[in-house]
Design a protein around this ligand. Structure first.
Ligand code: UFG
Length: 341
């Protein structure tokens, strides 16, 4: 019998790609999502890709009764992958209570339901934001965490601490936190991808929308950083590569291959790329015109970060495989598809 995985936030950007990879690996998936930042039609697109329709529940996990009802209904859950969270850095500064309430209460509700129903495996969406601007690069899992720059970043640090303490007190429960670097791109089929609401905050959706003519020009935030071309450096990881890291993490937990009952891994490519390099690569591979201008630095941005992925590569038997070129092409293919270009 296939193992059932609960994927919270499973109609969202990374969640939907992970559901596809889970189904491809033979797992049965239940999606729980409140659709606050995604659409129910994503379920149909997942079915179109894999031929399998995941079960779907419209549920708000930050509300205890709804979380209880979900876990009472699905009795075969072996593991939870918890994506459901608010994720906009700027918005979190404006609305800290909503961010703390949603991101923290949903984790607490899920962990308490897991304990109650004897579900022992959890993979959690964390972020490289917990490292702040590191003193030394690349960052390893041993790099110290820094004070969060935003309420959003703080929710990730607090959730990591909650899992660490919960695992200490409940030694039968195993959690893995995956610290994502910058996920970009879309599924190669262009049937699922990122669907930003309103003006995108993140670089690649802004690039593809500008290339599609929806935005006049891209603003590059700062060219006076201490980097080779002056623009900020990030580690951009293909969303399907990132999704596969969740599948191998689930496998590690189910097969009891974990070293501790709370573990955390860097999920990136190991390569740092500047904003300007990314923009130039996009123009080169798509051949599309992309108007851009240099503006002031964006408040709260760090200068540079990229991952040392050797621990994740070794322990998870996982590595990023897709090139930046093919990933940017996938993002462009998706943008053209949703705009009917
Ligand atoms: N950038 C631009 N123009 C834009 C958008 C972004 O120049 O229109 C630049 C940013 O200044 C930054 C880089 O592109 O240098 C990447 O910016 P993103 O907004 O795409 O990503 P961030 O690195 O700021 O944020 C990401 C995640 C957050 C997470 C953070 C951790 O989106 O969830 O990494 O560092 F908290």
């Amino acid at each position: 019998m296939s193992k059932q995985i609960l994927v919270t936030g499973g109609t969202g950007y990374i969640g939907s790609h992970t559901v596809v990879e889970l189904q491809k690996s033979g797992f049965e998936v239940v999606i729980a999502d409140n659709l606050s930042n995604s659409k129910a039609e994503v379920v149909d697109s997942i079915k179109e890709i894999t031929g399998i329709e995941p079960q779907f529940e419209k549920t708000d996990l930050s509300i205890k009764d709804q979380s209880d009802a979900l876990f009472n209904k699905y009795k075969k859950i072996e593991a939870v992958i918890h994506f459901a969270a608010y994720k906009a850095v700027g918005e979190s500064v404006e609305r800290p209570l909503e961010y703390y309430n949603n991101n923290i209460n949903s984790l607490i509700n899920i962990l308490s339901n897991m304990r109650e129903h004897n579900i022992t495996n959890m993979v959690f969406s964390s972020s490289c934001t917990v490292y702040g601007q590191p003193d030394k690069l690349p960052v390893t899992e041993k790099t110290p965490r820094k004070e969060a720059e935003s309420p959003y970043g703080n929710t990730k640090a607090i959730c990591e601490d909650i899992m660490r303490d919960f695992c200490k007190a409940n030694t039968n429960i195993k959690c893995i936190a995956l610290r994502y670097f910058n996920p970009i791109g879309a599924h190669e089929s262009a049937l699922i991808g990122e669907l930003p609401v309103g003006v995108p905050n993140n670089l690649v959706p802004f690039i593809t929308q500008t290339a599609a003519g929806i935005r006049k020009e891209l603003s590059i935030f700062g060219d006076d950083y201490n980097t080779p071309d002056g623009t900020a450096i990030r580690d951009y990881i293909n969303v399907t590569d990132l999704s596969r890291a969740h599948v191998v993490s689930i496998d590690r937990l189910i097969k009891n291959r974990n070293k501790n009952n709370y573990e955390y891994f860097n999920v990136g490519t190991g390569n740092g790329l500047s904003v300007m390099e990314l923009v130039k690569t996009f123009i080169k591979v798509t051949g599309v015109k992309l108007p851009y201008k240099i503006v002031e630095r964006r408040e709260g941005d760090i200068e540079k970060i990229w991952a040392d992925t050797s621990y994740a590569n070794k322990e998870l038997g996982w590595e990023a495989t897709k090139t930046t070129e093919e990933t940017l092409l996938s993002a462009w293919k998706w943008e053209k598809k949703i705009r009917s270009l």
